[in-house]
Design a protein around this ligand. Structure first.
Ligand code: NAP
Ligand code: ZN
Length: 346
């Protein structure tokens, strides 16, 4: 067993505290990763606060993990000691079902094993990246390209792939008008990636306070959703809307912004149900869809795409003692644009 330092939370209203957790001895296909940086995703907050259902506390969140391989199991072929690697939202899946065989392990028919708040194949609770070490089977580890710093790479493992995957799936590219709703961690990556794919990008944010940043990330247009004129001006305009908002929004208002055959993809995952009026879809053969992270092969593709296009998240590196404060700031939409924990401060 390996002992790792970590930051854990004991209940929905509790602060983070220093903890020690055990990581399993390496199985033949496992790699031991010394975690250097871990991003803070809004999903960590939903989970820690119990908004997605009952949680087995103590909980160590974190599924945007970047670090260095320090040991490999006897049959590992993909990685060697010293490699720069990442781990995202899942650490295993059945590997045999139709979806796993397609490389869509996130949609494993038996359920993927999430990086934290899950149970691994040994029956142990999984604990995430707010820690100094993690043991993961090599098939769920990806390689971080040399020209992306480990600190900036961390958020790509969730915010990057969660936006890259639907943008690819729904064909963002030249000639396509894409709107991104909410410019936080996921949203700012969606802007950068959609722009790099060649789409015309519009940000729909609550206010214009981050407009300069949005244009610099690659958006051509930037509108405030608090301005009632916005929805009239943009009616029927977009081929694709990616909604990254962590709370419920008035979906019908956003459907009205889609063209004929346009699609609104929800990646935002608020704890409460969203309601909609089907008439807003029927009228223009519009679609409403969801999308969850991306498969391992696609995650590697996304990292290589970001390296090739010089894309990285804009981050604010914090110490382990600042996690509670960072959560408050994310909840207040005061994040530019991803907090990343330096795990050497654990
Ligand atoms: P985040 O950094 O907090 O960004 C969310 C953004 O939504 C905020 O920056 C804000 O943008 C906007 N927003 C927040 N509250 C709002 C409200 N009440 N009304 C309108 N807009 C609001 O969060 P994130 O880490 O990007 O995650 C976003 C959501 O995606 C979360 O629900 C998370 O759990 C989910 N998620 C899903 C997946 C998946 O696989 N589908 C993966 C990761 C995360 P503006 O200030 O620009 O308005
Ligand atoms: Zn996440």
């Amino acid at each position: 067993m390996i002992t790792a330092k970590a930051r854990a939370v004991d209940g929905p209203d509790q602060p983070f505290r220093a903890a020690e957790i055990k990581r399993r001895d390496l199985d033949t296909h496992d790699v031991l990763i010394e975690i250097k940086y871990a991003g803070i995703c809004h999903s960590d907050i939903h989970t820690a606060h119990g908004e997605w259902g009952a949680v087995n506390y103590p909980l160590v969140p974190g599924h945007e993990i970047a670090g260095i391989v320090t040991e490999v199991g006897s049959e590992v072929t993909k990685y060697k000691v010293g490699d720069r690697v990442g781990v995202g939202c899942m650490v295993d899946s059945c590997g045999e079902c139709e979806n796993c065989r397609k490389g869509e392990e996130q949609y494993c028919l038996k359920g993927n094993i999430p990086t934290y708040a899950g149970v691994d194949k040994y029956g142990e609770p999984t604990q995430g990246g707010y820690s100094t070490h993690i043991v993961v089977t090599e098939g769920f580890v990806v390689r971080i390209p040399d020209n992306i710093g480990l600190d900036a790479a961390a958020p790509l493992l969730c915010a990057g792939i969660t936006t890259y995957s639907p943008l690819r799936h729904w064909g963002a590219g030249p000639g396509k008008k894409v709107a991104v709703v909410g410019m936080g961690g996921l949203g700012h990556m969606a802007v950068k990636i959609a722009h790099a794919m060649g789409a015309e990008v519009t940000v729909l944010s609550q206010s214009l306070s981050k407009k300069e940043d949005g244009l610099q990330f690659g958006a051509t247009h930037y509108y405030a959703t608090s301005d009632p004129d916005t929805f009239g001006k943009l009616a029927g305009h977009f081929d694709l809307i990616i909604n990254t908002v962590s709370a419920s929004i008035n979906l019908d208002a956003y459907f009205s912004l889609l063209t004929l055959d346009g699609t609104l993809v929800n990646v935002g995952a608020p704890g409460e149900p969203l309601s909609l009026n089907v008439m807003s879809l029927i009228g223009h053969r519009r679609s409403f869809a969801g999308s969850m992270i991306g498969g391992i092969r696609e995650t590697q593709e996304m990292l290589d795409f970001c390296a090739e296009h010089g894309i990285a998240p804009q981050i604010e590196v914090i110490s382990a003692d600042e996690i509670d404060e960072a959560y408050k700031r994310v909840l207040a939409s005061d994040v530019k644009y991803r907090f990343v924990i330096d795990t050497s401060t654990m």
